[in-house]
Design a protein around this ligand. Structure first.
Ligand code: 5GW
Ligand code: MN
Length: 315
């Protein structure tokens, strides 16, 4: 028993020979041409680094050509999870079709669809090196239950199928579409997206869980940004730890009869406050279709569609 546990530990946390696992060593293909970098000219309307010196990714802060070159050389693979339970299956076609056009084009991509309606998964033609796997999950009438199981299923997927096989994973909401490039610029150890609804607000106004009895609690004077529950990712090892931790906190809260204000989004925000993301994605990476575009948003890459809540939600 002891030995087994030890082996599991090693297989989960060992860094193997693939340099992408370390996410630090960047080798540029020789002879690449891209615009000369500058430390005095660049975007001045936004902040592109956090106080812990993680990049904040905005259009105009990176070279797509260079990043594609660096990560193609590493032959990385990227997994994505998307949940389409109940009527949310209606969003899946647009999600998958637009992912084909914009999400890590030119890379190995494996999308895992979790649904209770496997027969209704649309047939979407995938490019070379790209595939979709459908995994059945039980139907559920309560969002709280779907939400609770999301972290558990992500944790298990990583343990059972991804660890030491895939480099990066992104976990995305299905009620959204890609409109622009989402690629190698988004890669990092732990990656979080800033919510489009609150990024100009004072931290005391963020919709964090405010009851100290919850394991998702963030005090009014704490918190860096309000992050989206609808998109996060990073190295599979990092996302495994995140999913495992959020699931445990969610379940321990439930045992105490407490449900965080925004369920797993609240737990994610608590996690990111303690475990600082190594890369932060600007709201370009999860906008909302009903929100007018702001001047600092030069491109919308991924956006939540407008939905008729009464028609799609079970409760
Ligand atoms: C969501 C809210 C209430 C009841 C059920 C759901 C629900 C969410 C559902 O019935 N089926 C489902 O697959 N989901 C998954 O959870 C989808 O991937 C969805 O994108 C994600 C988050 O729920 P959203 O998108 O309704 O939440 P918001 O905050 O983006 O509006
Ligand atoms: Mn959503």
């Amino acid at each position: 028993m002891k030995i087994r546990r030890c082996l599991v530990f090693f297989s989960l946390y060992r860094c193997d020979e693939n340099p992408a696992v370390y996410d630090l060593h960047l080798v540029s293909p020789d002879g690449m041409t891209y615009s000369q970098p500058s430390i005095v000219n660049g975007r001045t309307d936004v902040v592109s680094v956090t106080p812990w010196l993680a990049p904040v990714v905005w259009e105009g802060t990176f070279s797509a050509t260079l990043l594609d070159g660096i990560y193609q050389r590493q032959n990385i693979s990227v997994a994505a999870t998307v949940f389409a339970v109940g009527k949310y299956i209606m969003f899946l076609k647009d999600f998958l079709e637009t992912a084909e056009q914009h999400f890590f084009v030119g890379f190995r991509v494996h999308i895992y669809v979790f649904t209770d309606r496997p027969n209704e998964v649309p047939e979407v033609k995938m490019g070379a090196g790209r595939e979709v796997t459908v995994q059945s999950v039980p139907s559920s009438n309560r969002w709280q239950e779907i939400s609770a199981r999301r972290m558990e299923l992500i944790q298990k997927l990583i343990e059972e199928r991804l660890i030491n096989k895939v480099n990066y994973i992104f976990c995305l909401d299905v009620d959204s579409k890609f409109h622009g490039r989402w690629g190698a610029e988004s890669l990092g150890g732990l990656v979080s997206v800033i919510h489009p609804g609150y990024y100009k607000d004072d931290r005391s106004k963020f919709p964090y869980e405010r009851r100290p009895t919850s394991r998702a609690f963030v005090a009014p004077a704490d918190g860096d940004f309000y992050y989206c529950g609808g998109a996060f990712g990073g190295l599979v090892q990092e996302v495994h730890l995140l999913a495992k931790t959020c699931r445990k906190n969610f379940e321990d809260d439930a045992k105490d009869g407490i449900e965080a204000a925004w369920q797993e989004e609240s737990h994610l925000n608590r996690y990111m406050w303690i475990n600082k993301p190594s890369k932060v994605l600007s709201p370009e990476y999860l906008w909302q279709d009903f929100k007018p575009k702001e001047p600092e948003i030069k491109i919308i890459r991924f956006s939540g569609v407008i939905k008729n809540y009464a028609a799609i939600r079970p409760n």
